[in-house]
Design a protein around this ligand. Structure first.
Ligand code: IPM
Ligand code: MG
Length: 369
């Protein structure tokens, strides 16, 4: 019997599911099964609504971010996103592209801080293209600024000239550095701000603002500045030296794809995009992977770990979040994973393995079916 006790303090949570393109649908299907299982177990009501974004949205509505999707996301407690983009929409000269849908969503919702944790399961050291001896102790968090910089600056585009303005205000830098320093305080107490201050004016402002924030608000957290070219080298030569990284939008995009190789597979990394309130957008950092779409071999762990981050940051259910993390860890320990990690499971079977272990973890064997 599933006797729900009505709780006026907890009217239920609204989740918008945006499968998007390519393998997005395959991994978000697993996300939905996991979150509804957890909701049953913890007796919370999740109202899950699926909407269009990206290339599939362009095909159906002409827009990469339809009004209806944006309106639903504005009302949501959390958004789960699969991936956007694909070869059929990749014409660089088209005036609409699937990626614009994601960028506009981040901007419209003010999701300025993108958290990308990178933690290596020891069993996966051999799945990484790097030598295992370089990987010991890899456990870092990249906080990427997500709504500023050259992604959103004024653009000029012609056949003879083009420009993408990179702009940052003090306030934009301050809020993301504060978020990163807060995380550093909870972790090992070390923040690395990555920039190109020997060349870029915006980077020099990042240094000034970071120093001000750290001196005024975080005297107990150590910090350093590092040039992005050197950082790209250290991420592969000595990744364990990093605890929390904070950086501007474009550098964060590039460095996190690089960092994903430390943990063996792009399919492993989750992310949370957060703003001033509780609303968050949760997505794996991998793309739509057109090369493997429809084969049922996409790794769902980055997506499921993103669901974990959603329970933590948007739904305030830390225990549920921690359990998801542990269970994914246990699945990997037991070889219950997709081929990219050396396993033999399909996407659906890897998702089912996670749910089965959630059910066994304690208490409820019922909720996950
Ligand atoms: C990411 C992606 C996006 C980005 C693309 C799809 C626009 O690469 O989330 O890292 O560059 O931010
Ligand atoms: Mg990227």
């Amino acid at each position: 019997m599933n006797a729900k006790i009505p709780n006026p303090e907890n009217p239920g949570k609204k989740i918008v599911l945006l499968p998007g393109d390519g393998i997005g649908a395959e991994v978000t299907a697993e996300a939905e099964l996991l979150m509804t299982g957890l909701a049953r177990e913890y007796n919370v009501t999740l109202d899950v609504q699926t909407e269009l974004i990206g290339g599939v949205a362009m095909d159906e509505t002409g827009e990469p971010l339809p009004e209806k999707t944006l309106a639903a996301c504005r009302q949501a407690d959390a958004i789960i996103l699969g991936a956007v983009g694909g070869p059929q929409w990749a014409d660089p000269n088209a005036d609409k592209r699937p990626e614009q849908g994601l960028l506009q969503l981040r901007k419209e919702l003010g999701l300025y801080a993108n958290l990308r944790p990178v933690r290596l399961h020891p069993k996966l050291a051999n799945a990484s293209p790097l030598k295992p001896e370089y990987l010991e102790g890899v456990d870092l968090m990249v906080v990427r600024e997500l709504t500023g910089g050259s992604y959103f600056g004024e653009k000029q585009e012609g056949d003879e000239f083009a420009s993408d303005a990179c702009t940052y205000t003090r306030e934009e830098i301050e809020r993301v550095v504060i978020r990163a320093a807060d995380i550093a305080r909870e972790r090992c107490g070390m923040l690395t701000m990555i920039d190109k201050a020997n060349v870029l004016a915006t980077s020099r402002l990042w240094r000034k603002v970071t120093a001000d924030v750290m001196t005024e608000l975080f005297p107990d957290v150590r910090y350093e500045f590092m040039l992005v070219d050197a950082a790209a080298m250290y991420i592969v030569s000595n990744p364990a030296r990093f605890d929390v990284i904070v950086t501007e939008n474009m550098f964060g995009d590039i460095l996190t794809d690089e960092a994903s190789m430390l943990v063996g597979s792009m399919g492993m990394l989750p992310s949370a995009s957060l703003g001033a309130g509780k609303l968050g957008l949760y997505e794996p950092i991998h793309g739509s992977a057109p090369d493997i779409v429809g084969q049922g071999i996409a790794n769902p762990f980055g997506m499921l770990a993103s669901v974990g981050m959603m329970f933590d940051y948007s739904l305030g259910m830390k225990e549920a979040a921690r359990r998801i993390e542990l269970v994914i860890w246990n699945c990997i320990s037991n070889g219950e994973c997709t081929p990219d990690l050396g396993g033999t499971l399909t996407t659906a079977a890897a998702g089912a393995a996670v749910r089965k272990r959630m059910g066994e973890y304690y208490l409820s064997r019922v909720a996950y079916g």
